[in-house]
Design a protein around this ligand. Structure first.
Ligand code: SAM
Length: 470
């Protein structure tokens, strides 16, 4: 059946292994796996099919194959050759398909056909935590609903990694064993909002995880979730205020809709604030919904950085990347008391200008002459140069006297520089505030304030000392 033998694929001799999910053959170039979920019970028949495909394996084939051994050739070699055994769609070519949901389900498992009864039974068994009532008629109607998806060929067995799924596309259900998929967590990797992924997740959930199947039905838009059924809980740094947490998640923890829960989970994914990962859980489980707008990069509208941007603001790349947006700089200026302020790392002047416009006298220090020149120029656009003394030099060496200090050290200097600046600020100034990356570990007892983009994304945090109760 194949001129390309497993030995050729593996680059060496193949050894049959009797353990069901253990690689059945291994060679210098990687692993060749002979396995398939839907034929777990095939036993001897499975072996015969492998041998029919690869007669070269016959001399080494064991007399009997254990129950969980199986039959289709899969390869982890990254080469498509073995895929001719699963002739579904042209490799690498995203294939748009239209049809009813049940027709499409038939496409992702051509051999199996579509029988809705096991799904409905499984859903019924899980009725309590489901976000909708699984009625047979509703699901039958859902399966008849027209849908268009783009299927990609992908790899199922072996490690299902995010990179693999994203580059190789989704897994065809046909080639996914229950444990393999669970390990890879298909829904966490590909988003269920991609109908093709939802289709495969449905196919998977159908047999092994009814709740996931239910989520897939919802994601495909063929079943509506009932409202208010999800309980959302969140754990975060103790200094994160409930108000900021709500803005970050897009909703307050508690009883929320399915959609709110999915958005909150998508937003919280990978976020660390004050050094503490933001952990959000939904019960019953919900698949996270990626929110690209939430994470859009800063600086998309330069007038958010400085509203006179188009009047000739000067910023080099580093200054642009690190400038405190005007709205935040004004808030900081309001909150930091004192008539005289040292801005120890003034950059192109984002904070210094805000302090001066708030009526304070500012000593603005920067170790870069270019950046200091930009700060002076930008301050002139706001008519506040007379309130700012610009000093070129190293903040740590200068530390001039003032009522309070504001410190925004370059984050590229790493945590050590941030710690050093924090310590120097506390040593030389009775009051002060330091701007830090959101992932920086801020001790529980320290004040933590989170600064969010208009979309609610936490762009930095500050902590302060000597300001007393706010
Ligand atoms: C994050 S930027 C400040 C941005 C500023 N807050 C703003 O809103 O425009 C940090 C600045 O610190 C300066 N810098 C680095 N090390 C320094 C040091 N030891 N003393 C003074 N300035 C320093 C860099 O040149 C850079 O311009």
């Amino acid at each position: 059946m194949s001129e390309e033998t497993p030995e050729a694929l593996a680059g060496g001799p193949i050894h049959w292994l009797q353990q069901g999910r253990t690689p059945i053959g291994r060679g210098p170039r990687g692993v060749v796996r002979l396995g398939s979920a839907e034929l777990l019970d095939a036993e001897e028949a499975g072996k015969q099919r492998v041998l029919a495909a690869f007669p070269s394996l016959a001399p080494s084939a064991p007399a009997t194959i254990e129950r969980r051994s199986s039959v289709l050739l899969e390869t982890d070699l990254g080469e498509p050759s073995a895929e001719r055994l699963v002739p579904l769609f042209p490799r690498g070519v995203p294939t748009p398909l239209s049809g009813s949901l049940s027709e499409l389900l038939g496409q992702v498992e051509p051999a199996g056909g579509v029988n809705v009864t096991p799904l409905i039974r499984a859903l019924r068994r899980q009725e309590a935590p489901l976000p909708f009532r699984p009625r047979a008629a509703a699901i039958q109607r859902a399966l008849a609903q027209p849908l268009t998806v783009t299927l990609h060929r992908g790899w199922a067995h072996g490690a299902i990694t995010a990179a693999r799924l994203l580059s190789g596309g989704i897994c065809h259900w046909r080639r996914c064993g229950p444990d393999r998929i669970q390990q890879g967590d298909l829904a966490a990797v590909g988003s269920l909002s991609d109908p093709a992924v939802a289709l495969c997740a449905l196919k998977w959930g159908w047999r092994f995880d009814a709740l996931r199947a239910a989520e897939a039905l919802i994601a495909l838009g063929v079943v509506a979730p009932s409202g208010g059924a999800i309980t959302l809980t969140a754990q975060a740094h103790s200094g994160l205020s409930p108000r900021d947490l709500t803005r970050i998640l897009g909703c307050a923890p508690g009883t929320v809709s399915h959609r709110q829960a999915a958005t909150a989970l998508g937003r919280a994914k990978g976020l660390t604030i004050g050094g503490v990962p933001l952990r959000v859980q939904a019960s019953p489980p919900v698949t996270p919904r990626p929110d690209l707008r939430f994470r859009q990069p800063r600086g998309r509208d330069p007038r958010l950085l400085l509203d006179r941007y188009h009047q000739g603001v000067r910023l080099d790349d580093e200054a642009r990347a690190s400038l405190t947006p005007q709205r935040h700089a004004e808030d900081i200026a309001r909150r930091l008391p004192g008539q005289s302020i040292v801005d120890g790392f003034c950059g192109a002047g984002g904070n210094a200008i805000a302090f001066a416009r708030a009526g304070k006298r500012v000593i603005a220090i920067d170790s870069s002459t270019e950046r200091l020149a930009q700060a002076r120029h930008n301050a002139s656009l706001y008519g506040v140069t007379d309130r700012i003394t610009f000093r070129h030099g190293d903040f740590f060496a200068l530390t001039p006297p003032a009522d309070a200090c504001f410190l925004d050290p370059p984050w590229a200097g790493g945590d050590a520089l941030l710690q050093q600046a924090w310590a120097a600020g506390q040593q030389h100034y009775r009051r002060g505030m330091i701007k830090l990356p959101r992932s920086f570990s801020v001790p529980d007892e320290a004040e933590l304030r989170v600064y969010l983009t208009p979309e609610g994304f936490p762009s930095f945090v500050t902590t302060e000392w000597g300001l007393g109760a706010r």
